[in-house]
Design a protein around this ligand. Structure first.
Ligand SMILES: Cc1cc2nc3c(=O)[nH]c(=O)nc-3n(C[C@H](O)[C@H](O)[C@H](O)COP(=O)(O)OP(=O)(O)OC[C@H]3O[C@@H](n4cnc5c(N)ncnc54)[C@H](O)[C@@H]3O)c2cc1C
Ligand code: FES
Length: 244
């Protein structure tokens, strides 16, 4: 659905990372995303950003300024309205009564907050928040009451020194279901490690055009053929995506 949503917050929370809050009455669930028109005539395509939190008609997203679109978004002030499509994508299936491992890496931490809030109602959570370094970390305390939180950084500036895959090699965690979001290389490694032994759900990214399933510009290879990340995903089961 298309909204003209009021911006109630758009603030920097870490190096090149912003949290945007919109007033929006949208029936959304964890793992879904919104598609934002950044309101510059030469930037025709909307920018997809995951829903990081949703409560009382306040929808939050967290984005990193990597190019023209996200830089333009970071300059839009509170009080303006933003043209967004919401909610898009399939979202994470929510399990009950399980030991759950949540892995968020880099910007992949953002969608895990809303997910962890929902899953913590019915499950025991272990949550790994993985960053390159301290200055790129955010939401480090937001998960504190939701489960057992482990922080990793590649350079050891906070938490465990090493990446999430190193951490999982060194530490045997007891879990039934995996949820992860992060760079493709991390998702691929988690998928290959756990696809035959665990239930799990991974959130993938792809360059998008329409964002609503019409153009097939965002397809990904799966064992059931090409699938649209925007419509059939962005969440795919462990073992569903093929990488060669
Ligand atoms: C389903 C989905 C959810 C996303 N959620 C988030 C989020 O929560 N927070 C966040 O910061 N970003 C998220 N992204 C990525 C975000 O959409 C891009 O960073 C953004 O569109 C870049 O726009 P830009 O105009 O600033 O950069 P551009 O000028 O378009 O590109 C700048 C750089 O970013 C890369 N890039 C652009 N789009 C993507 C993409 N879709 N996937 C991977 N790399 C891309 C380009 O290759 C280029 O290197 C998500 C993407 C998808 C598909
Ligand atoms: S972006 Fe058009 S089908 Fe996914």
């Amino acid at each position: 659905m298309k909204y003209n949503a009021l911006i109630t917050n758009n603030e920097k929370i870490a190096k090149d990372i912003y949290e945007l809050t919109l007033e929006l009455d949208s029936d959304c669930k964890p793992g879904q995303f919104i598609n934002i028109n950044v309101n510059r005539p030469d930037l025709l395509l909307r920018r997809p950003i995951s829903i990081s939190d949703y409560e009382n008609n306040r929808l939050k997203v967290i984005y990193r300024t990597v190019g023209e679109g996200t830089k333009c978004l970071s300059k839009i002030s509170i009080g303006n309205k933003l043209d967004v499509l919401s909610p898009l994508g399939n979202g994470f299936p929510l399990v009950k009564g399980k030991n759950v491992l949540i892995v968020g890496c880099g910007m992949g931490v953002a969608p895990m907050l809303y997910l962890a809030k929902e899953l913590s109602k019915d499950n025991n959570l272990t949550i790994i928040l993985a960053y390159q370094k301290k200055e790129l970390s955010y939401l480090t305390q937001a998960f504190d009451n939701l489960g057992n939180v482990i922080i990793t950084t590649d350079d050891g500036s906070i938490g465990y020194k090493g990446n999430v895959l190193d951490y999982l090699k060194e530490n045997k965690l007891n879990f039934d279901v995996l949820y992860a979001c992060g760079p493709m290389i991390v998702l691929k490694n988690l998928d290959l490690k756990y696809r035959d032994i665990k239930e799990g759900y991974l959130s993938f990214e792809s360059r998008m055009a329409c964002g609503i399933g019409a153009c097939y510009g965002c397809v990904i290879n799966t064992k059931n053929g090409l699938k649209r990340v925007c419509k059939d995903g962005p969440i795919f089961k462990l073992g569903e995506v093929t990488y060669d």
